[in-house]
Design a protein around this ligand. Structure first.
Ligand SMILES: NC(=O)c1ccc[n+]([C@@H]2O[C@H](COP(=O)([O-])OP(=O)(O)OC[C@H]3O[C@@H](n4cnc5c(N)ncnc54)[C@H](OP(=O)(O)O)[C@@H]3O)[C@@H](O)[C@H]2O)c1
Length: 391
């Protein structure tokens, strides 16, 4: 078997997961050509530089970095033919992390353009070059509408919860066909829901796990303000009050599936697990990068209540709403987190038979999602105003 590739072309390196991969690869001494876009008159090189400053990556570790201006949705990745050819000749492995992660049906055209059109362009470039290995960052949620065990196998669900899941699943099939035809090895990485760094709480993105917590914070602040500034009539009508110990009582039921839970992994674990698979699976394959233990909605409610100093929130079976219809707060909460409801009520269980031995061999273990970790991550989100901390 040939030695692991050391000259990588990385797409999506300005994003949450891709930037962690870029830093980890550079720290390991690999060469990384990072394909990035200019945005709002900021050249790709400046964006990447600001990102690496945020990570505190020392200058000497940046020696293996080359920033290449490009756009995966454009023919030839938006590069001139000569430079593209030169880049591909100097590439051993391609890590494709660029994606449009919107769940919105209204954005179907944009999501398809990146997740299918963009992937197709990258695969075409890969086939034309010298790369022998294609690493595709996908998602565990290619499993689509399913219950129970989901295997590390090509996914063929009958339906999807959103356009993101659908295009990621079609993308996997596209990559499998193209790599087979080009004689390229393929590794598919399927992370579950990724949150910030478990050790520092730092993150570049505050979606998924963060969105419901932010929605609860918004509702709390809304009513607390009304109580403090306008007498609290509306709050009283909604059953919101200040408890004697100063906590706010917010009557909010969150519909959860019995036996279900959310599969959450921190980005530090994702990065280590990705490298363990990249270096430990010379023939590629499909790998779930997930948590063996899901976090229940009861646990998330407990963490959120503790962090936001709330009472009155509880998980309930979805059937409860038939017996007692949603109150105004519950309806508002569900409208805010609507794209995430299938994940809140998730009963999918991701098998990790392929990934587990590779991770165990290297001692890579998913940190527990304790209250301390939650608090670190949410405190950082609040500090950043729930927006990317990058300039
Ligand atoms: N975050 C999670 O919880 C999670 C979970 C499972 C799987 N994943 C997968 O992980 C990968 C990265 O996701 P993420 O959370 O890191 O998302 P992200 O922060 O939104 O990053 C997306 C990246 O794709 C790039 N990109 C988008 N359109 C592009 C285009 N036309 N040309 C070049 N680059 C383009 C973005 O570049 P710009 O900076 O220029 O916009 C950015 O670097 C995706 O494949 C996603 O499906 C993520």
């Amino acid at each position: 078997m040939s030695a692991p590739a050391t000259r990588f072309l990385l797409t999506g390196g300005t994003g949450f997961l891709g930037s962690h991969l870029a830093v980890a690869l550079l720290l390991k001494g690999h060469e990384v050509s990072l394909l990035a876009r200019s945005l709002k008159n900021r050249p790709a090189r400046d964006r990447v530089s600001a990102l690496l400053d945020w990570f505190g990556l020392p200058e000497e570790s940046r020696r293996g970095l080359r920033v290449v201006e490009g756009d995966v949705t454009r023919p030839g990745l938006g590069m001139a033919p000569g430079p593209l050819e030169e880049l591909l000749l100097q590439t051993d492995g391609i890590i494709h992390c660029a994606s449009d992660t919107s769940f919105s049906a209204r954005k179907r055209a944009e999501v398809e353009a990146v997740n299918l059109g963009g992937l197709s362009n990258v695969l075409e470039a890969a086939a034309a070059g010298r790369a022998s290995f294609f690493h595709l960052v996908s998602t565990a949620f290619v499993a689509g509408v399913a219950q129970g065990r989901c295997a590390e196998e090509p996914a063929e669900p009958a339906a999807f919860f959103n356009v993101y899941e659908e295009t990621k699943c079609l993308g996997e099939r596209m990559a499998m066909a193209a790599c087979r035809e080009a004689g390229m090895r393929l590794a598919i990485y399927r992370p579950s829901i990724v949150y910030g760094d478990s050790r520092t709480g730092r993150s570049l993105l505050f979606n998924a796990l963060y969105s419901p917590v932010r929605a609860v914070l918004f509702l709390r602040d809304l009513y607390e303000k009304e109580i403090r500034e306008r007498g609290g009539r509306k709050a009283a009508e909604a059953g919101v009050r200040v408890e004697p110990d100063g906590r706010i009582r917010l009557p909010l039921r969150i519909g959860a599936s019995p036996g279900g839970g959310v599969n959450l992994i921190p980005v530090d674990y994702f990065t280590e697990a990705f490298l363990a698979v990249l270096e430990g699976a010379p023939d590629g394959g499909i790998f779930h990068i997930v948590n063996d233990r899901v976090t229940t909605i009861e646990e998330l409610v407990g963490h959120t209540s503790g962090f936001l100093r709330l009472t009155g929130i509880r998980a309930c079976a979805p059937g409860d709403f038939a017996a007692a219809p949603r109150n105004a707060i519950e309806a508002l909460f569900e409208s805010y987190v609507e794209p995430y409801l299938p994940y809140i009520r998730d009963t999918r269980r991701f098998d990790a038979a392929n990934a587990r031995p590779l991770l165990e061999k290297r001692g890579v273990r998913c940190p527990g999602f304790s209250y301390d970790v939650f608090e670190r991550c949410m405190s950082f989100a609040v500090e950043c105003g729930w927006r990317s901390p990058l300039p």
